[in-house]
Write a protein that binds this ligand. Structure first.
Ligand code: COA
Length: 257
């Protein structure tokens, strides 16, 4: 598949998606969101791929937000539609993938860029990264899940401050707040993400997918996460991976998933 705004590379069991609009600091326009959806869908269907890394091209930005030029003249209905469609096409879609997605935040992750990173299963940042939700400085609020996912990750008070001040936080502050898991020099960012992806790939993909469903259930209204855990836990017992994992342990060898 040829894309205009993203690059997709596969290396063994890991895939890397690079958002490739460096002149616009990788801002998310409609076409980029659609291409990302298609790329994630295709990688999810690829049995060889056990983890996906998403990053931005260049050394300055992960994603500097939704493309402001595209929505500057929208009215109320168009605004609501933009948010609803984006959440469904990309942000909720990533969060609910069976394949783990790691955000490699290599620079500015602002607005829709931070929302994209937060929709991923976890985040790693380079030392130069800056993160924030500056939407209220534009007279709007985060619309791609930011008002929900930021408090989940950093707590309500910190999220309120970040959203209300529209300010940026450093990678170090983001790590201290639980927004990113690791901070490394920029040249070590992709190697570390690849190392984490490789570690993931040694484990059972069916169990990982069940774990994603169970963890996500904690954040869904009207759903009892413990019930989802019980159901997913039980389902694991019917999988080939469970046979292989437990047999390998008893035979004192490494499992081959
Ligand atoms: N949407 C559209 N274009 C964007 C963009 C966005 N979110 N963020 C950056 N760009 C464009 C700029 O307009 C500029 O394009 P131009 O060269 O055609 O004028 C180009 O990317 C480079 O950005 P520039 O502002 O010149 O870089 P900088 O280093 O001076 O500043 C930022 C970097 C990230 C601080 C600044 O670009 C910025 O504030 N961007 C918007 C962030 C934002 O509000 N995001 C939330 C959107 S909801």
């Amino acid at each position: 598949m040829n894309y205009s705004n993203i690059l997709v590379e596969k290396n063994g069991k890991t895939a890397k998606i690079t958002i490739n609009r460096p002149k616009k600091l990788n801002a998310l326009n409609k076409d980029t969101i659609n291409e990302l959806h298609m790329a994630f869908e295709a990688l999810e269907a690829d049995d060889q791929i056990r983890a996906i890394i998403i990053t931005g091209s260049g050394d300055k930005a992960f994603v500097a937000g939704a493309d402001i030029t595209e929505f500057a003249h929208f009215d109320i209905l168009e605004g609501a539609k933009l948010s609803k469609k984006g959440q469904k096409t990309l942000f909720d879609f990533i969060e609910n993938l069976n394949t783990p997605v790691i955000a490699a935040i290599n620079g500015f992750a602002l607005g829709g860029g931070l929302e994209l990173a937060m929709a991923c299963h976890f985040r790693v940042a380079s030392e130069n990264a800056k993160m924030g939700l500056p939407e209220v400085s534009l007279g709007v609020i985060p619309g791609y899940g930011g008002t929900q996912r930021l408090p989940q990750l950093v707590g309500k008070g910190k999220a309120m401050e970040m959203i209300m001040t529209a300010g940026m936080i450093t990678a170090e502050d983001a790590q201290n707040s639980g927004l990113v898991n690791h901070v490394v020099p920029q040249e070590e960012l992709i190697p570390l993400c690849e190392k984490l992806a490789k570690k993931i790939s040694y484990n059972s993909s069916t169990a990982i997918s069940a774990a994603i469903k169970a963890v996500n259930a904690n954040f869904k209204d009207g759903i009892n996460g413990y019930d989802v855990e019980i159901k997913q836990f039980g389902k694991c017992f019917g999988t080939e991976d469970f046979d292989e994992g437990t047999t390998a342990f008893l035979e004192k060898r490494k499992p081959n998933f």
